[in-house]
Design a protein around this ligand. Structure first.
Ligand SMILES: *Cc1c(COP(=O)(O)O)cnc(C)c1O
Length: 217
């Protein structure tokens, strides 16, 4: 597949769901991909990418930004508090806000730095031990905690369990977002972005379907 195939499929899924054209943002997940594949997508004019490691993203995107100018890069992987400052300078959005300590750190740094990336709260919809994110039952309280810290939350993000029907998780995330007055929904990857769009995704995170398989890490 390619960027234009995926863009067409997104447009079709928006239309099928009765949603406005352009209401879904495509985050091209470039983690681990060779630079020439990433440049090929930049050369086609795409300017929104996702990375899951701070150091890898920093090395890669400082160079690409010099060549290509403004590029939106979103952090979609876990964030350690000791990398919060670097991440807030590097990323336009953080999709993985998942605990009070990190919220406190980001709030303090936002005051100090005078700006804050867009923030999504990661929800562990499958309640998996190995996965980050607040539990569904703790989501309302965590949104409130973030708001008490004067953080603006754009929406919620989830990564459904590998072996379950993702649409159940997308529907749960949508319900949690609605009842907290949040409009952003970061959900859907290469294998399931169409159902995510049907259930309200505003940001889909698609890697291998655009760039090809990743080398095992
Ligand atoms: C790697 C990754 C993706 C993209 O996965 P594909 O299956 O390659 O589309 C999306 N979201 C997160 C959080 C990821 O880590």
């Amino acid at each position: 597949m390619s960027l234009s195939d995926i863009s067409q499929q997104i447009a079709a899924a928006e239309a099928d769901a009765g949603r406005a054209a352009g209401s879904v943002k495509l985050i091209a997940v470039s983690k681990v991909q060779p630079n020439e594949r990433v440049s090929a997508v930049l050369d086609q004019g795409h300017r929104l990418f996702g990375e899951n490691r701070v150091q890898e993203a920093s090395d890669k995107w400082s160079a690409f930004r010099e060549t290509y100018g403004d590029i939106d890069v979103h952090l979609i992987g876990p964030l350690q508090t000791n990398k919060a400052r670097q991440s807030m300078a590097l990323f336009n959005a953080i999709h993985t806000l998942d605990r009070p300590k990190l919220a406190n750190t980001i709030a303090r740094l936002a005051q100090e730095m005078g700006h804050c990336p867009e923030l999504f709260i990661q929800v562990n919809t499958g309640e998996e031990d190995q996965k980050a994110g607040v539990l569904p039952a703790g989501t309302d309280a965590f949104v409130a905690t973030c708001r008490d810290l004067d953080l603006t939350i754009s929406g919620l993000m989830c990564i459904p369990p590998i072996d379950e029907e993702p649409s159940l998780h997308f529907a749960l995330l949508k319900k949690l977002a609605d009842r907290n007055g949040l409009t952003g929904l970061s959900m859907g990857m290469s294998s399931d972005f169409k159902s995510a769009i049907a259930l309200g995704a505003t940001h889909v995170r698609v890697g291998s379907a655009i760039f090809g398989e990743r080398k095992a890490t």
